[in-house]
Ligand binder design. Structure first.
Ligand SMILES: Cc1cc2nc3c(=O)[nH]c(=O)nc-3n(C[C@H](O)[C@H](O)[C@H](O)COP(=O)(O)OP(=O)(O)OC[C@H]3O[C@@H](n4cnc5c(N)ncnc54)[C@H](O)[C@@H]3O)c2cc1C
Length: 531
């Protein structure tokens, strides 16, 4: 069963290894454990619903709790402290586009606010109800998850918007296909959510981001149904897919999604290479991307992330041997771990591997074979569960991400890391910060930074620390030519920084679209546009 106050399935438990805890204690001090609220305590706070009765709407208190928050750190603190603040007045679970349209009409009739809800994995405050005079209805697409049609000639599949990662892949794999979209939230996030928040999967190098995968579909809006046909390419004016991608529920409810699919590959392997230092590593992956070496995944950890990963990996004896071997081969203290994948038929993979190895060797890379790559593939969706292990040991963890041109990657990365490291200096509190680059392009890269800090002695203190950290890093991104989000979207948390990127005219154009599709501003007010 899905956890009500954290990540993923209750049956999966990932603890912090003992030496991992010692590693963090040495860096930022012993953990500070805060008491968790129980589900009963939270249920007792849920007020009576303000909605009239409707057959598609549940007013059950637990259902409302389970749809009240996403997965950002403030969401985590709310769920753990039991201080949710606001709950939706009800949760609707339509099964058809006609039922979505019925709910939209009902919302107008009863003056209701609507929050479209996919998998609830938002990390930017997208789906949290806000205090309002109008009742709030969360509209979950969970019951619209079927594969509706496959066009085998064109390799286009049509799905309900609520299909989550496993539902998408299992239905496609049964027919010999894959979508190839694997965000780390894959277990729970949905097609509609990926489109609405412009998601990027771990193998975007081969399959593309959702922008490349989303072929068309249907969107239910207060102004009618928008039908976006699929074309291989079109010069017929601005592309309406682009308008809907990243609309974050503000323009309408995506009720059908067409995606471009790929035949399952014959073979897929992942490998790890240790680069002697950051500058060599950076130059190497830039060349890999610009030479278009056909890799399916590439992830480069900086030296401190590499050290952290090795410390948290368990098996200290084996890690010590590995480190000794790497030092002998020239990858010592400042080494950076690079993981990459090849996906395709055997001949293609052999050629890609040869090309990548030759290029990386030229930059001093030490190739370690498939073992670490296999471990990465096995554990690729387990990392989010570690948040529980860290929390139980008294540490809070959060991530943030941006993207910028190659000429600015190093500068922005260093500034973001420094802003986080220094954010709590006034209270003498250290923060452990580390980064990887995991989506690389010819012209630049995403930058994904993780920060671990102690929550302090109360939930209020933890939230105040997070606010400071988040603001300092977000302002640094906005001031230094980074996008406020490469893959997590805008939601509420990034909305104050969006205008720095879009400009006044751009913001006005987005607002005009929102009022065109939703004249009474019922859909997720405050999300994306900040009002
Ligand atoms: C542990 C973890 C790891 C993550 N890793 C990644 C990653 O690797 N890559 C990545 O891109 N993201 C990642 N994310 C962020 C998140 O998973 C993505 O933003 C994802 O696309 C959200 O999908 P969802 O279905 O959960 O949407 P939700 O969180 O439910 O909603 C997100 C937004 O989309 C809107 N929305 C959802 N469905 C619809 C619909 N049918 N019609 C209209 N609007 C809709 C909502 O109103 C909301 O504004 C991660 C999150 C977590 C918690």
């Amino acid at each position: 069963m899905r956890r009500w106050n954290g990540w993923g399935d209750e049956a999966t438990v990932v603890e912090l290894p003992v030496h991992g805890e010692a590693f963090l204690a040495e860096l930022i001090g012993p953990g500070q454990v805060l008491a968790d609220a129980s589900l009963d305590q939270v249920l007792s706070q849920v007020p009576a619903s303000r909605l009239p009765v409707h057959p598609l709407v549940s007013q059950d208190a637990e259902v409302r709790v389970r749809h009240a928050r996403g997965q950002s750190l403030p969401d985590w603190l709310a769920m753990r402290s039991g201080e949710f603040g606001v709950f939706p007045d009800g949760v609707a679970l339509p099964q058809t586009a006609a039922q979505i349209r019925e709910l939209l009409a009902w919302a107008v009739q009863h003056d209701v606010i609507l929050i479209p809800y996919g998998g609830g994995t938002s990390v930017a405050g997208h789906i949290n109800p806000q205090a309002s005079d109008r009742p709030v209805l969360t509209l979950s697409l969970a019951h619209m998850s079927a594969l509706l049609e496959v066009d085998d000639d064109s390799l286009i599949a049509t799905f309900g918007p609520g299909a989550n990662g496993p539902q998408v892949e299992s239905q496609l794999r049964a027919r010999g296909y894959t979508l190839g979209h694997f965000p780390q939230s894959w277990e729970l996030s949905t097609l509609g959510g990926w489109v609405a928040s412009r998601s990027s999967g771990q193998q975007s190098l081969r399959y593309g981001r959702i922008e490349q995968l989303f072929a068309g579909g249907k969107v239910e809006t207060f102004a009618g149904t928008l039908d976006i046909p699929s074309f291989p390419a079109s010069a017929a004016g601005p592309d309406l897919r682009e308008v809907m991608m990243g609309s974050e529920g503000r323009f309408g409810i995506i009720s059908e999604v067409k995606v471009r699919i790929t035949r399952l590959a014959e073979q897929e392997n992942f490998y790890a290479v240790f680069m002697p230092n950051w500058q060599q590593a950076l130059a190497a992956i830039r060349q890999l991307a610009q030479a278009r070496v056909p890799l399916s995944m590439l992830r480069l950890s900086n030296a401190i992330e590499t050290r952290t990963q090795l410390a948290l990996a368990g098996h200290p004896q084996q890690i010590a041997w590995l480190e000794k071997y790497l030092t002998l081969r020239g990858a010592g203290d400042g080494k950076c771990m690079l993981t990459f994948g090849v996906t395709g038929n055997r001949a293609q993979n052999a050629a890609s591997l040869k090309q990548a190895k030759r290029l990386l060797k030229g930059f001093g890379g030490v190739f370690t074979g498939t073992l670490l790559g296999k471990k990465w593939a096995e554990n690729r969706f387990r990392f989010p569960y570690l948040r529980h292990g860290l929390w139980a040991a008294g540490y809070a963890v959060d991530t943030l991400e941006t993207a910028t041109d190659w000429s600015n990657v190093d500068n922005l990365l260093n500034k973001v890391e420094a802003s986080l490291r220094d954010s709590l200096a006034a209270e003498g509190e250290p923060v452990h910060v580390f980064t990887h680059l995991s989506h690389v392009y010819g012209e630049g890269s995403s930058i994904y930074t993780t920060y671990v800090f102690r929550p302090g002695n109360s939930y209020e203190a933890a939230m105040a620390r997070w606010r400071r950290l988040k603001h300092e890093a977000s302002q640094t991104i906005a001031d230094n030519r980074g996008t406020i989000s490469h893959q997590h979207g805008v939601g509420r948390d990034h909305a104050p920084y969006l205008a720095a990127e879009k400009g006044e005219l751009g913001m006005a154009a987005l607002k005009a679209l929102s009022t065109h599709f939703d004249p009474e501003q019922r859909l997720a007010p405050g999300v994306l546009l900040g009002q």
